[in-house]
Design a protein around this ligand. Structure first.
Ligand code: 5GP
Length: 205
């Protein structure tokens, strides 16, 4: 089996990325979801090591110094970063690894891993985005306002993404993402070695 694909998923806060990732992981065996480190506090219902690895500023700084993170970025007052070991190990094992990260991090990943696939997930409309963010009920009005503002800024880098996926119906969206990843495995530069093998076998006859 070949090396796995690195799939970066970004999108507006409230686009339903978390739910989408969980549904993908449940449905397909060959996908792995990276768990990020963050300095923000856990939300109710979140679990250490599953949702995030929760770090103090000092611990996070040390991870940066020790080069333990593929990338990191600031987001509405806190740091978030992708631990390297999990990603590398799973890619080596042939798993497709999903990173659910914001746009600055996505750009850094693309520099380090040029064959990474960048997807931007969006709800079908601004009204639905606002409704989802408010309904989640885990953030104060100030934080929701800051996140909506950041959402509009976030959209400015969207041209750099390979795919824009609309998350209207969850199951449809899960299948769309799966189809994209499967297609990416059929890219010529991924499959060229197979053709080389066939040619060399044929030339022996
Ligand atoms: P939240 O606080 O809602 O869990 O996440 C805030 C933002 O940080 C989201 O856009 C999420 O995708 C992003 N994020 C989560 N983990 C990482 C990471 O490891 N690196 C970067 N750059 N962004 C992250």
């Amino acid at each position: 089996m070949g090396r796995g694909k690195l799939i970066v998923v970004s999108g507006f806060s409230g686009a339903g990325k978390g739910t989408l990732m969980n549904a993908l992981m449940e449905k397909y065996d060959n996908y792995a979801l990276s768990v990020s480190a963050t300095t923000r506090a856990p939300r109710p219902g979140e679990t250490e090591g599953v949702s995030y690895f929760y770090k103090t500023d000092e611990e996070f700084r040390r991870m940066i110094e020790n080069d333990e993170l593929i990338e990191y970025a600031g987001y509405v007052g806190h740091f978030y970063g992708t631990p390297r070991v999990f990603v590398e190990k799973n890619l080596e094992e042939g798993k497709d690894v999903f990173l659910e990260i914001e746009i600055q991090g996505a750009m850094k990943v693309k520099q380090k891993y040029p064959d990474a696939v960048l997807m931007f997930v969006t709800p079908p409309s601004a009204a639905i985005l606002r409704e989802r963010l408010v309904k989640r009920g885990t953030e104060s009005p100030d934080v929701i306002a800051a996140r909506l503002k950041r959402a509009t800024e976030e959209a400015e880098g969207v041209e750099a993404y390979d795919y824009i996926v609309v998350n209207d119906n969850l199951q449809d969206c899960v299948e769309t993402v799966d189809r994209i990843v499967k297609s990416e495995h059929n890219r010529a530069d991924d499959r060229i070695s197979l053709i080389e093998e066939i040619r060399s076998e044929l030339s022996k006859e």
